[in-house]
Design a protein around this ligand. Sequence first.
Ligand code: GRF
Length: 205
Amino acid sequence: MEIGILISGRGSNMVALVDAVASGEIPASEVAVVISDKADAAGLAKAEERGVETLVIERKGRKREEHDAEIVAALKDRGVEIVCLAGYMRLLSPMFVRAFPDRIINIHPSLLPAYPGLNVHERVIAAGEKRSGCTVHYVDELLDHGEVILQREVPVLPDDTPETLSARILEQEHGAYVEAVKKILTRERARSEQREIEYGFSARH
Ligand code: GRF
């Protein structure tokens, strides 16, 4: 399975995925490309160091659909089947979502559906929550929305700052994202084996 990863910044989740593919923890897959919408994303150098092709596709005042069409074309050109958003800070257009049905996933640092959007940890602490965590979910056209694949919880401690809470959650994010990708790859392989069985059956009858 060819995986494409979209980033906008630091890229630590992207690194976790690339390393898990390289070590075989995520089996029989390849990260075909890492695409950033920001030329100065720190994650780009980390992908290059790991020998993964990188592309910068900036929005540069273009309409969302036009920008997304260029990204979709780059992903399709490389045979990408699964798209992982890893700190990618843009909402996808309906066209992008339809181009990879059930095959775009995202990670968000809260227990969705609670706290979608930005400044999550500030809001979690201000609300006096006792627990938070991260969610890997399928992507639809809405912000941080779509069927949940898996979640991991962490406690919110009395003296937490947004930074300490964010760091505690990020530790969980990397393993959660790897586990979620393994889960959906297993499902995709089962689906394609099923299609082969059905195709073989209909070809014989
Ligand atoms: C992570 O907290 C992720 O959940 C959110 O953006 C942050 C990206 O961090 N969507 P990184 O770029 O993967 O280090």
